[in-house]
Design a protein. Sequence first.
Length: 226
Amino acid sequence: MLTEDNYYDNDNHWKYMSVSQFKDFMSCEAKAMAKLNKAIPKENTEAFLVGNYVHSAFENEKSHETFLTNHESDMLTKAGKIDCLNVEEGYFVDLKTTADIGKRYFSPRYRKWVSFVEEYGYVLQMAIYKILLGEKYNKEFTPYIYAVSKQDPPNVQAIDFINARFTHELEYVEQNIEHILKVKFGEQIPTPCGSCDYCRANKVITGFIEVEELIDKENINGNNKS
């Protein structure tokens, strides 16, 4: 049985598919498998988090945002937990931080400019939470996000969702889960994304690319405001 005490045990990471793990596989299959196989050293120690929080804050805004995004669940809440749940009223609220609430990102998945909520997979997260809570309490739940920016002074915003967004995200899971499970259990070879820290650390040059191919859509993420 999955409990709060054994949630982070690696054996359970093999038995269950969390939202975070699904997003890991959709981001980079090779890195997701490396994490499952413990090929990536565990880095979520208190000293690491505190030290890199300070270091990234003084380095630049982009580095700080990336660090906070990658370690949000470790620094703020445990993954799979909801910040505020009101069973009686049928709603839940998740707290999110981001560099700038109005910043936009170009998403290859959506093939358009999107908000931080879509970019970091929070719509999918809310959709799964909504289903799990509905099954547990046998009633409908409405999800909200309360966002706080890292600006000085910070900006705040309460965010809700139209139901069509959840339908789209659940279809996305249905379209990809079979492939992900085949990769996870060795039936298919994991595909590296080619741009994450794991892929960069294990990169082997096999040939040349033309100048135009150097342009990566990810390089323009966050550089434009809506």
